[in-house]
Design a protein around this ligand. Structure first.
Ligand SMILES: C[S@@+](CC[C@H](N)C(=O)[O-])C[C@H]1O[C@@H](n2cnc3c(N)ncnc32)[C@H](O)[C@@H]1O
Length: 282
């Protein structure tokens, strides 16, 4: 088994366990109170702030959207509730079970369709999708897998299609080292080397390049336009504050970091929105 196959298996095993515990009622609560949820999440919760930058929610109606690595399917459900025709794929079959329950319990304009199994092997018509989404997904692929996914995405996107990824960014070695030294729930500090090694065995994140420069290079090779928006250069420090101040600080930080010069913002950012437009068709 090669490195990429091992990585996929590790992800499948890890996320089958995680999504086994998902209660769809919390997702139904979100889409039944969509306006309130979006008003809060897109100002406070990093991945929602990132993915929904630039009024993305109003670009979804009647679009054919493919979400890769749909996970617990919250975002797939949100996009479908905004009127998109959503196709969702995940290596974990549990995502398919969640989608079945969501479709049975909510009247979407268009039911969410689950694309089962390995996306690279699935048969999808060329020039089919308007938008491809990955929310905290690509950094779970090896760099080799990312190339294979990108080449397939280029062929299944419409000529004016768009890719939108929200991903963690590693642009600053010092801050990244600091992050690994700080323990977080479920992950020990790198200083606790024995515990860290044990944790790493089951970690579903492969060693890969997560820099904005890396995504820019992929974008320049496969698409006509690439845009990287840094998210979280100041917000990343919310972890050093007591939890009760966290949401307030994050909202303030997201507003403040927009005022920083782009190059500074990019060099210290914790995550980024990556947008590729107009695939270079062969
Ligand atoms: C960090 S989770 C993000 C889930 C979801 N997008 C979210 O925002 O909560 C990463 C997801 O990628 C999925 N994944 C990893 N490798 C994959 C692959 N080769 N094909 C499809 N999905 C994959 C995992 O099963 C997992 O659901």
């Amino acid at each position: 088994m090669n490195k990429s196959e091992k990585n996929t298996l590790k992800n499948e095993k890890h996320y089958d366990k995680v999504y086994n515990k998902i209660n769809i009622q919390s997702i139904l609560n979100i889409i039944e109170n969509l306006k309130d949820f979006m008003a809060d999440a897109t100002q406070t919760d990093t991945s929602w702030v990132g993915l929904y930058q630039g009024d993305f929610q109003n670009q979804l109606k009647n679009k054919k959207v493919l979400e890769l690595g749909c996970g617990d399917c919250t975002n797939a459900a949100v996009m479908a509730a905004f009127g998109a025709e959503v196709y969702a794929n995940d290596i974990s079959q549990k995502s398919g079970e969640i989608i079945k329950k969501l479709n049975a319990n909510y009247k979407f304009q268009s039911e969410i369709k689950f694309i089962e199994g390995d996306f690279l092997k699935s048969e999808i018509t060329n020039d089919f999708y308007d938008i491809v989404i990955g929310k905290a997904f690509v950094h779970h692929l090896t760099n080799e897998q990312e190339i294979e996914f990108t080449e397939k995405i280029v062929s299944i996107l419409k000529p004016n299609g768009v890719v939108r990824y929200f991903e963690p960014a590693v642009n600053n070695v010092f801050l990244d080292n600091l992050r690994w030294l700080t323990p977080v729930p479920g992950r020990p500090s790198k200083i606790q080397s024995k515990k860290f090694k044990k944790w790493k065995i089951n970690d579903p994140h492969p060693e890969r390049d997560n820099s904005s420069k890396h995504y820019e290079e992929i974008g320049n090779k496969y698409f006509e336009k690439t845009k990287i928006v840094p998210i979280g250069s100041i917000e990343r420090f919310h972890r050093v504050l007591p939890k009760k101040y966290s949401r307030k600080f994050r909202r303030f930080a997201f507003r403040l970091e927009k005022k920083l010069p782009h190059s500074l913002n990019l060099s210290i950012t914790r995550s980024h929105l990556i947008e590729y437009k107009h695939p270079k068709k062969l």
